[in-house]
Write a protein that binds this ligand. Structure first.
Ligand SMILES: [Zn+2]
Length: 355
């Protein structure tokens, strides 16, 4: 996209954050004024028993008819089978209720079936909560694809605080990534005259900075205040993507590295934000940023800072670094400046103690 091309901004219309807000799901949906009756709720097998009893009576009180669908994986197979089961009655709205997987699958199904999508995250694991982007396995692209922005977001901080801590650490990894993503975007503007939106860039950068300021000096204590800060930062980062009209402010070379790891090592090596956090350490070094501050932040939130912690060996890290820039040639990043080969990639990973 050039600097004078038009682009569309689409935002969530209502965002409700706070403890126990799940019990207000009925009035929240009614207040959207869309006359929804039939709801398809996409969730995970561990999340459903936790959340179903909390919102069932409220949904019934407000005359909603809810059908629940349990998904196991964020794959195109899950998307297709859900779409098949929904075509006979077409729900008025689709809710993604759970962690990253349920939100991603529900967002994709809603996009394909042209239904409104409502995001109800129960873990703060990545910035897809409020953005139009989804990461689904089984599509022909190795990176996230664009669907529709959620119509609304409801984030219950009590539920979020009960999620496994590792998910929140991963969310922090996806947030610190914005320091290198924004630097890559600036670089692309200078080198290729790509459209650059200062407002979106600053908003994304701020969501990283708030986490780095909060955690680079002290350990994560698991308080409601910290959870609220992380979820608000993730929502702001998603909104930054809505403003930019692309994932640019949130996803640079550190995300390309994470996608390359999935190519090189396969799936099952860390969560999205964990891999991205590791990538951020190395890309921060290439950008000449304070990478040690990134390491300290990740350590203090309990996120991995070495290949070993993710179960990856030295060779897998080096191969991923070398491969990363080829995955998305249209996205100019620091990797297009540095052009890592085997030996410079090895030196880079060693210099920041990732390997
Ligand atoms: Zn991400």
């Amino acid at each position: 996209m050039g600097s004078d091309s038009p682009h569309l901004m689409e935002f969530p219309r209502k965002i409700l954050i706070g403890p126990n807000v799940i019990q207000n799901l009925g009035p929240f949906l009614t207040a959207l004024n869309n006359n929804f009756v039939n709801l398809a709720i996409v969730t995970g097998k561990n999340v459903k028993p936790r959340v179903h009893p909390l919102c069932q009576s409220c949904l019934t009180d407000y005359s909603f008819r809810d059908s629940w669908y349990v998904v196991n994986a964020a794959t195109m197979d899950s998307v297709r089978s859900l779409e098949e089961s929904m075509t006979s009655y077409l729900p008025d709205a689709i809710l993604g209720f759970g962690g990253g997987r349920s939100v991603d699958v529900a967002k994709m199904v809603a996009f394909d079936l042209r239904r409104p999508f409502i995001s109800v995250p129960t873990s703060a694991s990545h910035d897809g909560i409020s953005s139009p982007f989804v990461s689904i396995r089984g599509i022909d692209k190795p990176f996230s694809v664009q669907a529709n922005t959620p119509l609304a977001v409801l984030a219950d901080t009590k539920l979020l605080s009960e999620a496994p801590k590792r998910l929140l650490s991963s969310g922090c990894g996806d947030l610190v990534a914005k320091v290198t993503a924004v630097k890559d975007w600036q670089l692309a503007k200078e080198e290729t005259n790509e459209y650059y939106g200062a407002y979106a860039a600053n908003l994304a950068y701020m969501s990283a900075k708030i986490i780095i300021d909060m955690f680079s000096g002290e350990k994560y204590e698991d308080t409601q205040r910290e959870i609220r800060t992380v979820i608000e930062a993730l929502i702001s980062a998603g909104v930054a993507s809505c403003i930019a009209g692309s994932s640019r402010p949130c996803s640079g070379a550190e995300h390309l590295f994470s996608h390359a790891v999935e190519y090189v090592a396969g799936h099952g090596f860390g969560l999205h934000g964990e891999r991205v956090g590791l990538g951020t350490i190395m890309m921060a070094k290439l950008h000449g940023l304070d990478w040690e501050k990134v390491v300290n932040t990740l350590r203090n939130v309990g996120a991995p800072t070495t290949a070993k912690e993710l179960g990856l060996n030295d060779q897998q890290i080096v191969s991923s670094l070398v491969m990363a820039r080829s995955l998305r040639p249209d996205r100019y990043t620091i990797l297009d400046e540095v052009k890592l080969d085997h030996s410079s990639a090895l030196n880079l990973a060693r210099s920041v103690s990732v390997i």
